[in-house]
Ligand binder design. Structure first.
Ligand code: ASP
Ligand code: MG
Length: 402
């Protein structure tokens, strides 16, 4: 007998039929003699719908009331699932955040789970299935809270940790993590095993299967996860510690995103302090600068600085630069039609020549690299947006992922 946390996302509980299907999945696990805690999201689209309603009432809807409103989405699905399980003659009970309680800390709409009272539920698991609403909790001063969009993943990980679960399975509408976007690149392959850091790098650059902060928490406490589809029986992707993975390939996945923009300051002075003067006001405005390139200056007087930021912060960034009296430059240019393409792999640490191979592959496709950044397990390049799929396909092929 083992203890399992089974988390079901919004599409998995999006209709009554789907909730009944989920009840059947749980029944199978329960019939094997396992102790089950099921954690549910709201029906798909529900949370957005509730947010929209609050905005129709007021553009500046009170955050405390917003959390009361949003928590209702998960309340609905957990009651329906507990009822569907009872219909299958399985003893089951739903518990709301305040009944457990799931204690959180931090601001409304952006809280964190800090503790869960495990006693009552632990006892109940000897009799039946506990069904828990994801995404929400209660603060010390007894206000209903939510823990950020996609937060039921974080609830699942917190429960896995606090209940010392043997398994934590994230059921969703895709059958796992892919080597690249399967909707655009049909040769994409499902990855059987991936490390936490690779998963984080892949999701931060576009492959969104799980909430990133939930993966971070799992990494911090070494909680193994599995992501799999609610709608097929196929094996999913296991996410765990790097030591448990045998890396025969240098690259695990190729990701891309189109939410960056590139800015260039032409003709800035080449002397100490200039870069600091450029970036200080951006930092003060909480603009996140990603990649930075400074050209070498031929005459040691003037140089160009290029950097990337989030596309939706482009106008704000330009304005700050233009109003910045402490820097001199000839011109600011920008390019919004860029994409970031990244190769990710814990195997690259021990494989020389990965960078060269990536650049050579892009050159063969006549793709110009506009900016580069690297970390231990990731190499990202900025290229023209129109070349995105070409680049992804090429990299997927040359790193033996097809
Ligand atoms: N229902 C919440 C959301 O849509 C939480 C979740 O689905 O994980 O963000
Ligand atoms: Mg979700």
């Amino acid at each position: 007998m083992i203890k399992k946390i089974l988390k079901f996302g919004g599409t998995s509980v999006g209709t009554i039929e789907r909730i009944q299907h989920v009840a059947n999945i749980i029944k199978k696990e329960h019939d094997l003699g396992n102790k089950i805690i099921a954690i549910v999201s709201a029906m798909s689209g529900k949370t957005n719908e509730l947010i929209k309603m609050s905005q129709d009432v007021s553009e500046d809807f009170d955050k405390r009331e917003l959390d009361v409103l949003l928590a209702s989405g998960e309340q609905v699905t957990c009651a329906l699932l507990a009822g569907a399980l009872r219909k299958l003659n399985i003893k089951s009970k739903s518990w709301l955040n305040w009944q457990i309680p799931i204690l959180t800390e931090g601001d409304n709409t952006n809280s964190r789970i800090i503790n869960v009272n495990t006693n009552k539920i632990e006892e109940y698991l000897n009799e039946g299935v506990a069904v828990i609403p994801g995404f929400q909790g209660i603060s010390k001063d007894r206000n209903i809270t939510t823990i950020g969009r996609g937060g039921s993943d974080a609830t699942a990980v917190a429960f896995a940790k606090l209940f010392r679960a043997d398994e934590c399975i994230i059921y969703t509408d895709v059958d796992g993590v892919y080597s690249t976007d399967p909707n655009k690149i049909p040769v994409a392959k499902k990855i059987d095993k991936i490390s936490y850091d690779e998963m984080l790098e892949l999701s931060s650059v576009g492959a969104k299967v799980m909430q990133s902060s939930a993966v971070q928490t799992a990494m911090m406490y070494d909680i193994p996860l599995e992501v799999k589809s609610t709608f097929t029986d196929r094996k999913g992707t296991k996410i765990f510690n790097q030591e448990n993975i045998d890396y025969s390939k240098s690259v695990t996945g190729v990701a891309y995103s189109k939410d960056d923009a590139k800015l260039t300051l032409l003709g800035v002075e080449d002397k100490p302090g200039v870069a600091a003067n450029i970036f200080e006001p951006l930092n003060n405005a909480q603009i996140n600068v990603d990649m930075v390139i400074q050209n070498i200056s031929a005459d040691h007087k003037k140089t160009d600085i290029t950097f990337t930021i989030k596309r939706d912060e482009l106008l704000k960034t330009k304005k700050i630069l233009e109003n910045n009296q402490s820097i001199n430059y000839n011109e600011i240019t920008h390019n919004e039609k860029v994409a970031k393409v990244s190769i990710v792999g814990a195997g690259m640490v021990s494989t020389p020549g990965v960078t060269y191979k990536m650049f050579k592959g892009l050159a063969e496709e006549n793709i110009n690299i506009l900016a580069i950044s690297t970390s231990e397990i990731k190499i990202s390049v900025i290229i023209d947006e129109k070349n995105t799929l070409n680049a992804v396909k090429k990299l997927h092929t040359i790193f033996d992922l097809d």
